[in-house]
Design a protein around this ligand. Structure first.
Ligand SMILES: *[C@@H]1O[C@H](CO)[C@@H](O)[C@H](O)[C@H]1NC(C)=O
Ligand SMILES: *[C@@H]1O[C@H](CO)[C@@H](O)[C@H](O)[C@H]1NC(C)=O
Ligand SMILES: *[C@@H]1O[C@H](CO)[C@@H](O)[C@H](O)[C@H]1NC(C)=O
Length: 510
């Protein structure tokens, strides 16, 4: 009996195995067809999967595996975010919060560990030298905030200068004379185990602007060399290994900065101006932080203007002809050029035009922001500083701190396809009456401080708003870090030893 039973089972199992095999094969083929189809229609995802399979799998453990599950868990992370938000109390809608300054600050302090990267990566790019006039290469890593604070170069570099303001703020957080009564938003900690985030002090935008040209005898630009060093440095750090980089903060505000390194440092949180030149898995709104450009026109202090005193209806200043995605500019120009109260001016703000565009924006009711080479530009922040209601025609734009700030209260958004319909835009804007405009103008005057960079930082300025945005990412960073460790206990032993072991940098590193 038992024998007969056994053979029956065998037959059954062979049958079911056969059935199972055919079904899975069929399923496999269908899903494969599906994959083929979707990759053909979306070249980005193809690029990403390629990237994932080549670049990342060997450099960062568990990347592709944890990726999907990470996004599945984003809802949980959002819950965690909300909790943190309550504590952070970002009071974007009231101005009364300033009375309770000390409380506000004490509730919020982001603990930051900053790598001691050599000056070549940061203040050395500003030609910073120490007090004795020698290059600081072998003495101190960072300038002494008590004596002389290095200057940031003016001109075009300035719009991406977030790296400078944030790093100064971290350094100054140690000095009670700069932030008395602990009125600081970050605390620099020397033990990385105690930090919420690990800060990488590389002035990548400045490096891109200054060091991208290759010397006649050089194989690579200095900008690329620095990025390569940075990647190998980070990969060798205990801090990076602990989290796979997930609690690291990396600055790449210029859309072309970190062009090489970004593909290897993607687990980190980037601070960016937009996602225009990033594949969605390298940078996205869930993981990364959008920071404003520093506006190049001055703040409009004591603005006494009104709807009626601003004679120009709509103002645009910028290059008309752009490469990618900038075709809308040309078409809009032809649609609007015959409207009497519309001003289109050509050329960049930089070419002696700062004064002119300041005047132009201050005497206009609305300022146009049209996508150019990238979805974002400093023009939006110039408009905000001039209290000229921004009209945003850029479908892919990302806006700073949009989780705590409702831009529809002070900006007008128009979809590109609508804006390109004949008479649509101009009728739309003419349809906004004095009351509505004045409401937005008043709101602009309330929110402009969120976009001001300064040192020392002040309450709710851009520096503090960015730190708060970073702190809202911290729960997600921790969650991702913990999840990434699931299958890697053996790598870290029993995970008890978190002491800082320094691993020697690659040969000839500096
Ligand atoms: C750093 O902090 C961790 C956790 O608080 C602690 O266990 C470790 O001993 C500290 N390391 C040093 C060098 O102080
Ligand atoms: C430049 O590249 C070539 C070939 O790849 C190599 O032989 C040469 O040593 C490099 N030069 C420098 C300065 O690195
Ligand atoms: C991750 O694990 C640590 C303990 O190592 C814990 O303190 C922390 O709360 C965890 N993070 C999250 C977001 O659960």
């Amino acid at each position: 009996m038992p024998e007969r039973n056994a053979s029956a089972i065998k037959v059954v199992s062979r049958k079911s195995l056969c059935f199972f095999f055919t079904t899975t094969t069929l399923l496999f083929i269908t899903s494969w067809l599906f994959v083929l189809r979707s990759t053909r229609s979306d070249s980005t995802s193809e690029a990403i999967s390629q990237l994932l399979s080549t670049t990342f799998t060997d450099s960062v453990p568990d990347s592709s595996q944890s990726r999907n599950s990470e996004s599945n868990f984003s809802n949980r992370a959002i819950l965690a975010n909300t909790k943190k938000q309550e504590i952070v109390k970002c009071n974007s809608h009231t101005t009364t919060a300033s009375n309770d300054n000390s409380n506000y600050i004490n509730n919020f302090a982001l603990k930051i560990f900053m790598y001691d990267l050599p000056p070549e990566f940061h203040f050395g790019l500003l030609d910073w030298k120490d007090d004795k006039g020698k290059n600081v290469k072998n003495t101190k890593v960072f300038p002494d905030m008590k004596t002389k604070i290095p200057h940031y170069p003016g001109g075009l570099n300035l719009q991406h200068s977030i790296e400078y303001w944030l790093t100064l703020d971290i350094l100054a957080s140690e000095l009670p004379q700069i932030y008395p009564n602990n009125a600081r938003t970050v605390i620099r900690v020397k033990n990385s185990s105690e930090a919420d985030v690990i800060f990488v002090p590389f002035f990548s935008s400045l490096s891109y602007n200054r060091l991208s040209k290759r010397g006649p005898r050089e194989n690579k630009s200095r900008n690329r060399v620095l990025q390569e060093y940075l990647v190998s440095f980070l990969m060798s750090q205990e801090e990076w290994k602990r989290s796979g980089g997930r609690d690291h903060l990396i600055l790449a505000h210029h859309p072309n900065s970190m062009l090489d390194a970004r593909m290897k440092l993607w687990p980190a949180t980037f601070i960016l101006s937009d996602f225009g030149r990033y594949p969605p898995n390298i940078a996205n709104v869930e993981k990364d932080v959008i920071a404003p450009y520093k506006h190049v026109v001055g703040s409009y202090v004591d603005d006494q203007s009104s709807f009626d005193s601003r004679h120009t209806l709509l103002y645009f200043q910028g290059a008309i002809y752009r490469k990618d995605g900038g075709h809308a500019r040309q078409e809009l120009f032809y649609l609007l050029k015959d409207e009497k109260d519309v001003h289109f001016s050509f050329g960049s703000v930089q070419k002696g035009g700062v004064r002119k565009s300041t005047e132009g924006m201050r005497s206009s009711k609305f300022c146009l922001n049209i996508a150019g080479d990238t979805p974002s530009s400093n023009r939006l922040f110039d408009a905000i500083a001039s209290h000229c209601v921004p009209v945003i025609i850029s479908d892919q734009i990302e806006l700073p701190y949009e989780d705590v700030l409702d831009y529809s209260e002070f900006c007008v958004f128009v979809r590109t396809r609508d804006a390109l319909k004949k008479k649509y835009l101009i009728n739309f804007i003419r349809g906004i009456d004095k009351d509505e405009w004045t409401r937005m103008w008043n709101r602009l005057k309330e929110v402009e401080k969120f976009f001001d960079f300064q040192f020392p930082s002040k309450e709710s300025d851009a520096v503090q708003m960015i730190w708060q945005a970073v702190s809202r990412k911290v729960p997600l960073m921790k969650l991702k870090t913990n999840r990434s460790r699931r299958f890697f206990r053996s790598l870290y032993g029993n995970n008890k030893d978190t002491g800082h072991k320094s691993i020697p940098a690659p040969a000839n590193f500096w």
